[in-house]
Design a protein around this ligand. Structure first.
Ligand code: GLY
Length: 339
């Protein structure tokens, strides 16, 4: 009798142990909150009025949807975050609604001088270029700098020379010029300097485009591309190609900035978010709030970020930011204003 009970007890215990072990390993593997992939993009922060003509609003939403779909498709199919970021930004550079590639703002000398950067957070490697004038897609040249050179950052003639050694598409400088930007530049020339109030009153967008992504292999990539600031002076370099300012990624988070480049640079903004997250053990939302609300002043900048868990965050303190994001859990946002 005792022997039979003992045997039955042993069987029950083994069964319970088996269930416990199986549950434990399922928990470890499934991690219900972990998303397989995530992507966020921006088409510039600024002071865009909600009274924007309906047609124009539609055009922006359609462009954001299309850009997001490009990155999503790559990530869903197991493609790399690097390809997703490059291809999404290429689309935004080619779309003249945005201040990057074709449709970039004019310099004080009436030229278009473009900046871009891309960073691989896992490899802690980056590529950046500033002041290029004939490269159709600066983000692709930045990627080449990261993958095919011993260096991180090429400027002006040097960047053009490096481009000569690659197969990136080149264009005549006229390609970048569009009438709307020319008119903005003409107006800017009648005014003085970079007075933010004047920028705001004129509803000028402090444009730039950017994309951050996490892929199924856990790679985190950040990329940003811009024509810079309207009426910028000779040789002016903004935050975008300065690694850690407008663009940064590590093994925890990828960040891209948009807005007033000088202020973003002075606060080493993208790196500040990443460092805050790492050293205070904070989540993405708190780290983003710290940067936007406590580090920068109101009306200066916006940011997008994706963390290693596939969470995304997009915030601006300027009133508007063309933006879109999604992840593998089905969360999806396409927006311009706060609500
Ligand atoms: N944030 C873009 C620039 O200031 O160049």
């Amino acid at each position: 009798m005792f022997a039979t009970n003992h045997k039955a007890m042993k069987t029950i215990l083994s069964f319970l142990l088996l269930i416990f072990t199986a549950t434990l390993s399922t928990d470890i593997q499934a991690q219900p909150d972990k998303k397989e992939w995530a992507i966020a993009l921006h088409g510039g922060a600024g002071f865009v009025s909600k009274d924007m003509p309906e047609e124009r609003k539609k055009a922006y939403y359609a462009a954001l949807e299309e850009a997001l779909a490009i990155g999503e498709e790559i990530l869903k199919n197991g493609g790399s975050a690097l390809d997703a970021v490059e291809q999404t930004i290429k689309y935004l550079e080619d779309n003249e609604l945005f201040n990057a590639g074709r449709g970039s703002v004019f310099t004080a000398e009436g030229k278009n001088e473009l900046d871009a950067a891309i960073m691989d957070g896992k490899a802690l490697n980056a590529g950046a270029i500033t002041g290029v004038t004939t490269v159709k897609n600066p983000i692709s040249l930045a990627r080449k700098v990261m993958e095919e050179s011993r260096h991180v950052f090429f400027a002006g003639n040097g960047a053009e020379k490096f481009a000569d050694e690659t197969d990136v598409e080149r264009v005549d400088t006229e390609y970048f010029k569009i009438q709307r930007r020319y008119d903005e530049w003409k107006r800017a020339n009648k005014q003085t300097g970079y007075n933010l109030e004047k920028l705001e009153n004129n509803s000028w967008k402090m444009g730039t485009v950017g994309c951050v992504a996490l892929d199924k292999d856990g790679n985190l990539i950040a990329g940003t591309s811009t024509g810079g600031m309207t009426n910028k002076k000779y040789g002016r370099v903004g935050d975008v190609p300065i690694i850690g300012s407008g663009t940064y990624a590590n093994d925890m988070v990828a960040v891209s900035a948009t807005g007033w480049g000088e202020r973003i640079m002075l606060n080493v903004s993208a790196h500040t978010l990443a460092a805050y997250m790492k050293y205070t053990n904070s989540d993405l939302k708190s780290s983003m709030d710290y940067l936007v609300d406590e580090v920068l002043n109101p009306k200066e900048a916006g940011f997008i970020a994706v963390d290693k868990h596939g969470n995304f965050s997009m915030r601006t303190n300027t009133g508007s930011m063309f933006r879109a994001a999604s992840n593998s859990n089905g969360k999806r946002v396409v927006a311009i204003w706060e609500d």
